[in-house]
Design a protein around this ligand. Structure first.
Ligand SMILES: [Zn+2]
Length: 212
């Protein structure tokens, strides 16, 4: 259990709280907008606040529409391994790519865009899905003297999950703010993600435990 007082020396990484991942969006996560007030409530407790933004070209290779005959949520082999094919979402410059209008961005130290390389998807805030192309976030946090990363946002079982595992791999202490996340849950992906994060040493907390 992390020390709640630790938040002032930690970073909060808010993952992809964008219109397309909220109800009514192109890749809506059930109840996704429920994270907005929680994130807004906790953000200022953290020493550093980073907000990620999925930011795809219109012909991104992770879109089913870029693969003739493929349906959304099927999978394909990319050069870097298995890739889920998504409905078109978070296309650069579209309303779906904008942050949820209720999300308070004033506390943001950094807004980090990811997924803009047309041939590789980017779930993690730290690496593209090839697991070797960095976003630069680890360097940013290290230069800011951050050792502890807390995660919230969308979706628990994809972008948050990959971010958490990468952060562990990079040597950060990692905490997931469970109630400030929501999941897609594709074929049991939520349970699998929670198990993998737990096994990797990720701590789980709820907002009420440190921000009553
Ligand atoms: Zn995406």
């Amino acid at each position: 259990m992390p020390d709640p007082a630790d938040t002032s020396a930690a970073t909060l990484v808010v993952v992809d709280v964008q219109n397309d991942f909220c109800p009514g969006g192109a890749l809506a996560v059930a109840d996704g907008d429920a994270v907005v007030p929680l994130v807004n409530r906790i953000a200022r407790r953290f020493g550093v606040r980073v907000y990620t933004q999925d930011w795809h070209a219109a012909d991104h290779r992770s879109f089913a529409s870029s693969h003739p005959g493929a349906s959304p949520f099927s999978t394909t082999e990319m050069s870097y391994g298995m890739q889920v094919l998504w409905p078109d979402h978070c296309v650069q410059g579209t309303p779906g790519a904008e942050f949820h209008p209720g999300l308070d961005l004033e506390p943001a130290d950094l807004i980090l865009r990811k997924g803009f390389r047309p041939h590789v998807d980017s779930y993690s805030a730290f690496y593209e899905n090839d697991r070797v192309t960095p976003t630069g976030l680890a360097g940013y946090l290290r230069e800011r003297g951050i050792a502890s990363v807390w995660l919230a946002g969308l979706a628990t079982d994809f972008c948050v999950h990959y971010s958490a595992l990468d952060a562990v791999r990079l040597g950060f202490r990692v905490t997931l703010v469970e109630d400030a996340c929501r999941e897609i849950d594709l074929d049991g992906s939520h349970a699998a993600a929670l198990a993998a994060m737990g096994e990797a040493g990720v701590a789980f907390v709820r907002t009420a435990e440190f921000a009553a």
